[in-house]
Design a protein around this ligand. Sequence first.
Ligand code: 5AD
Ligand code: SF4
Length: 459
Amino acid sequence: MNRPLLPSKHVPAVRISGTPATFHVKSFGCQMNVYDGERMAEMLGAQGMTAATGADSADLVVLNTCHIREKAAEKVYSDIGRLRREDGTRPMIAVAGCVAQAEGSEISRRAPSVDIVVGPQAYHNLPALIGKAVRGEVALDTDMPAASKFGSLPDRPKQPRPMAFLTIQEGCDKFCTYCVVPYTRGAEISRPWSAILDEAQALVDGGVREITLLGQNVNAWQGTDPAGRTQGFDGLIRALAALPDLARIRYTTSHPNDMTEGLIAAHAEVPKLMPFLHLPVQSGSDRILKAMNRNHSVESYLAILEKVRAARPDIALSGDFIVGFPGETDADFEATMALVRDVGYAMAYSFKYSARPGTPAADMADHIPATVMDARLQRLQAQLNADQIAFNSRAVGQCVPILLEREGRYPGQRIGKTPWLQSVHVTAPDYALGDMIDVDITATGPNSLAGDLKKRIAA
Ligand code: 5AD
Ligand code: SF4
């Protein structure tokens, strides 16, 4: 493919020489990238490097990239340009994540100031790649080894917040026709039971009270417990719920076809499993779902939601939507709107379809004009926003348990989360992050709630 001529900002400046002493990791995209970014930072810390306050002062900048939509993927190139400093120097630059995996050596051809390219399954090799870059050698690793990188990473240190992510599953075998993930993150793999329980215990020992289990298809997780029994995701959740000091468990992202009866039952039976389910459906039209290779119908999706609601009547539902998939007619889009109105999501993400090179949908006929996509997205988002406001409004007047997670802007103000993932601002100067308190919800906005402290909840 012909590339446009490189803009002048991509001409490499002089790199700060020598082994980097400070680093800055900037993550884009999904929560799994956030988790990977944290693990990279922890690993660089374990190598004796220290975290810089920002990209401007770091000797090494790691851009942990996202390839899911074109806009996200292109962003890396403007970010690289911005790393050039006024005095003509630049840091050592590593491009990590899914753009690194998808574009490989093409990245350094397009942006010669990039020193290191490292894929999401190879970042445990970052220290060795830094060594190569210091010696002026090509530093590229986009291998997808069968052996998991997690075993090569240092143990988790004490976490700054009482909530943490824990990746338990990676990759995807579903091959939705629009999606790059099966190519950038590889086939579905589940981390072993004991590695997950050990990491969870280390997080809890370090003060973490809420763990969000992550995976591209987190509910496809499977493994074997120490007694040699085959376990599904629900078994893992039940084992984690037995950790005494862990208060809350969440998970994301799930595929409808992996919503097993056992997992639905866990929502009814495991009090630590929070009443929130992010279950992407993408479209409300069976015709489009078929073209997307989703392998489920609108009816089967709604049947799952009905079962989940029967198990946990207060469950908050979330989803992902794509508008303007190739061939999407007005009628298909109206079917998506009808589904959204029918379900009443607590929150949801919605995107314009973005053609990704190498995916089957990119070669399909009837791509939808940008103006049509814009109009559809606007209508969908207006409905989703209204539903989110309605959902949040229903909390007003209720007393809800809040897990405090960070300091607010004002003295004594803390911000915490409801079981339904809503942020709540509350004045609670006598309580520490990680405490669980009951709060009377008094006011609501589209993105957060406000409330008055009622009482502390026993741990
Ligand atoms: N275009 C637009 N949105 C996409 N997603 C995945 N691939 C694409 C694409 N090519 C969305 C899906 C997915 C979420 C993570 O990103 O809705 O669930
Ligand atoms: Fe992509 Fe579909 Fe896999 Fe989700 S299930 S990561 S959308 S291929």
